[in-house]
Design a protein around this ligand. Structure first.
Ligand SMILES: [Zn+2]
Length: 457
């Protein structure tokens, strides 16, 4: 199911808690402070500098810093060594003689209103100033409890980490740029049956047998020792092999969708209608990938493939937009007299981070919104074609198709589907969904499903 974004806490909702935490720490937490907290970065002065696990020349090497001039961020001094914090809470030690003082730690961190700037790392220490409006400070160094910061007014001091929050990770926001794609070179099997072989002659082993009408993607061609041209091909299921060129005919898709109107709906990416200041990101992956951006990127590839085959494409959005209801997304397709409507989403499971795969939904009708048998058959066919072509292309698990009452499906009057291209809550699938290459595969897979659908509908 599509988990609503309301389930995901936003920083703004934590303001009350943060203020409470600040008070709690003030009353009950008597920190002795950071022994030797270092308010500056250091720069390495030699190449191939060893970072050791302990402050000891004979200790194991944690990592090697390749280039002189690399900035490191010490969290404390330990005799002739600095203790350095690396990503993922890894610590190592660098010999002081091999570094020089560098710049202040540059990261900007956002403040909760009420955050207090203190003179030392003691929760009872004198307060310089109380932040009433939020804003940002530059963090120079930090440990598990405190940041040492500079405010925009140049004041330096310590702030409890619980009174600050890190900005949302910066993912490349897709601005709705159109993409360019090249259509595959396709051939259609003309012989009643034809063997796909492991090499370019009949002396090679048979990989599979295909039947007349099967469409194959040509990867390359070669002259076989038998005097025939052989195509290296892949099937829609991803099987590769060789087929003799006289058993197939060229299959052009450049005009296959001429005259067809396809409405594409990249899910989310608009203000929530109950809160005009809050963007509906859709589901959010464990590393912070936003569903709205994946949906749009895949939709733009889908659009490019459809247009390359001659279709007219109508988009419900091509970038992040203001308030847009689900009903108005369907109305965009209805008003355009679209032949089909495809809503693109990513799935989520809050209970099972291993769950993965593709599901395509259609709406089969209910008492309030009955659906004719003809329309239902077309919707089921479109769902099956999109589902099967997508999993063949992106290699994800096939979780099948089903009827569901998503508003965009209920309100659209044509054959319409909502495809969940993967589980953004699965770390492996999230990592794939974040790449342009996989987004293109998903767009191409849905496009191939559309091609298949219009062959018979
Ligand atoms: Zn969604």
């Amino acid at each position: 199911m599509d988990i609503k974004k309301e389930n995901v806490a936003r920083p703004v909702r934590w303001i009350a808690l943060a203020v409470f935490l600040s008070i709690s720490f003030t009353l009950f937490f008597s920190a002795s402070g950071l022994a030797g907290m270092i308010p500056f970065s250091v720069k390495t002065t030699k190449d191939e500098l060893n970072i050791r696990v302990k402050a000891d020349t004979f200790s194991d090497i944690l990592t090697v810093i390749e280039t002189a001039g690399t900035a490191l961020y010490p969290v404390e001094e330990n005799g002739n060594w600095y203790k350095i914090r690396f990503a993922n809470n890894l610590y190592g030690y660098v010999f002081k003689a091999y570094v020089e003082q560098g710049d202040a730690f540059p990261t900007k961190i956002s403040l909760f209103p009420g955050a207090a700037l203190r003179t030392s790392t003691n929760a009872d220490a004198q307060v310089h100033t109380i932040c009433s409006t939020g804003g940002q400070v530059s963090v120079m160094t930090y440990d598990d409890t405190w940041y040492y910061v500079t405010t925009y007014r140049g004041e330096k001091g310590y702030m409890l980490k619980s009174s600050l929050y890190e900005p949302t990770p910066a993912y490349p926001v897709i601005e709705g740029q159109d993409v360019e794609v090249e259509l595959d070179t396709l051939v259609k099997v003309t012989s009643a049956t034809a063997n796909i072989r492991s090499g370019p002659s009949t002396s090679y082993a048979k990989v599979i047998t295909v039947t007349a009408g099967t469409i194959l993607t040509v990867i390359s061609q070669t002259n076989g020792s038998d005097g025939y041209v052989w195509y290296k091909i892949s099937t829609s299921g991803g099987t590769e092999g060789y087929i003799r060129s006289d058993l197939v005919t060229a299959y052009s898709t450049e005009t296959a969708l001429a005259g067809k109107v396809v409405a594409i709906d990249p899910g989310h990416g608009c203000y929530k209608t109950d809160d005009a200041n809050t963007m509906d990101d859709g589901n959010v992956g464990p590393s912070g990938l936003l569903e709205k951006d994946v949906n749009l990127a895949v939709s733009l590839y889908l659009k490019a493939y459809l247009q390359a085959s001659g279709a007219t494409v109508v988009m419900t959005r091509s970038k992040d937009v203001g308030v847009m209801t689900l009903a108005s997304r369907a109305a965009t397709a209805n008003d355009a007299n679209a032949d089909i409507f495809i809503s693109v989403h990513c799935n989520a499971s809050i209970t099972d981070s291993k769950k993965n795969g593709v599901i395509t939904y259609y709406f089969g009708g209910n008492a309030a919104t009955p659906v004719s048998a003809t329309l239902l058959a077309k919707r089921k066919a479109l769902a099956a074609d999109v589902q099967n072509a997508l999993v063949a292309e992106n290699g994800s698990a096939n979780l099948g198709t089903g009827s569901d009452g998503f508003t965009v499906l209920v309100k659209s009057t044509m054959p319409s589907v909502l495809v969940e291209i993967g589980y953004i809550t699965n770390p492996e699938e999230e990592a794939l969904l974040a790449t342009a290459a996989y987004q293109q595969l998903c767009g191409k897979g849905i496009y191939k499903g559309v091609l298949k659908y219009f062959e018979t509908n």
